[in-house]
Design a protein around this ligand. Structure first.
Ligand SMILES: NC(=O)c1ccc[n+]([C@@H]2O[C@H](COP(=O)([O-])OP(=O)(O)OC[C@H]3O[C@@H](n4cnc5c(N)ncnc54)[C@H](OP(=O)(O)O)[C@@H]3O)[C@@H](O)[C@H]2O)c1
Length: 245
């Protein structure tokens, strides 16, 4: 039997724009109240919250810079203050920086590790601590399918997402049976900042066995599937059209 999502409270990091926005609206469509974290996208966060509320749920927005541990630490208490508790944590926010070992700098390392890994790690800890006794919770991490195959591109980003996959599996064990922890590992879903749809489609023709790109709604459908299926934990679900097989 599927897990009922209606009335649950979901916290989505980076939930205002792009894939995060699609996740927020899919959760709202499934009846979840939303705590939409964002960084700089104030206007889009308000717009996404309004679109969610039009679906009949309550939505709050909250800005925190995930590079800053103190700001990150403020997110879960703010969500608990707004809703009493949080049932679902979606770790979506991330940055995607090019470069290998030769180009890496300490600043770039710390920024990517902070946003892509430290924030999901400590948000997961805060999430587990606030979950009321007897309640069941869920975490879904948004990973990247490129880490399923060795490669040297986007090296620091790759390390953060590899660790996020390890974290997903470790927490699936540590937090069972109360909290299920899963991840989606994405391929070509949206063009990276600075590139357009034509770039994405050309890349898909070249590299994706299914010869098409994905889209944020496909990601959202699969995240809802992981949330609804009570026997799934520790799953790393590739959504990549076979690109990283
Ligand atoms: N796009 C793809 O095809 C693809 C492929 C593989 C994996 N993924 C993964 O899917 C997820 C979403 O991807 P996307 O392309 O939609 O991401 P995106 O457009 O780059 O959005 C990144 C999100 O992270 C937030 N963010 C970035 N830096 C932040 C900071 N310092 N503090 C707080 N929030 C911060 C942004 O919030 P604000 O805008 O509010 O600042 C934004 O919501 C990411 O985890 C990404 O790694 C995406």
């Amino acid at each position: 039997m599927a897990v009922e999502l209606t009335g649950k409270v979901a916290l989505v990091t980076g939930g205002a724009v792009r894939i995060g926005r699609a996740l927020s609206l899919a959760l709202a469509g499934a009846g979840c109240h939303l705590f939409i974290h964002y960084g700089r996208s104030t206007g889009p966060a308000e717009e996404t919250a309004a679109a969610a509320e039009a679906l009949g749920v309550t939505a709050h927005t909250y800005s925190a810079d995930l590079r800053e541990p103190e700001q990150t630490d403020g997110i879960m208490p703010a969500a608990v203050a707004a809703f009493g508790h949080v049932d679902i944590l979606i770790n979506n926010a991330a940055i995607f920086e090019p470069g290998g070992l030769a180009e890496a700098t300490l600043g770039q390392w710390e920024q990517q590790m902070g946003i892509n890994l430290r924030a999901p790690f400590f948000l997961s800890q805060a999430f587990a601590r606030q979950l009321p006794a007897g309640a069941e919770g869920q975490i879904v991490n948004i990973a990247d399918a490129r880490v399923l195959r060795p490669g040297a591109d986007h090296l620091v980003y790759r390390l953060t997402k590899s660790a996020l996959v390890s974290l997903t599996q470790a927490l699936a064990l540590e937090l069972a049976p109360r909290i299920r922890v899963n991840a989606v590992a994405l391929g070509a879903i949206l063009p990276p900042p600075g590139e357009d749809e034509a770039y994405l489609q050309a890349l898909a023709q070249r590299r994706v066995p299914l010869r098409r790109a994905g889209n944020p709604e496909m990601v959202a459908v699969n995240v809802l599937h992981l949330l609804r299926q009570p026997f799934l934990t520790g799953v790393i679900l590739p959504i990549d059209g076979g690109e990283f097989l």
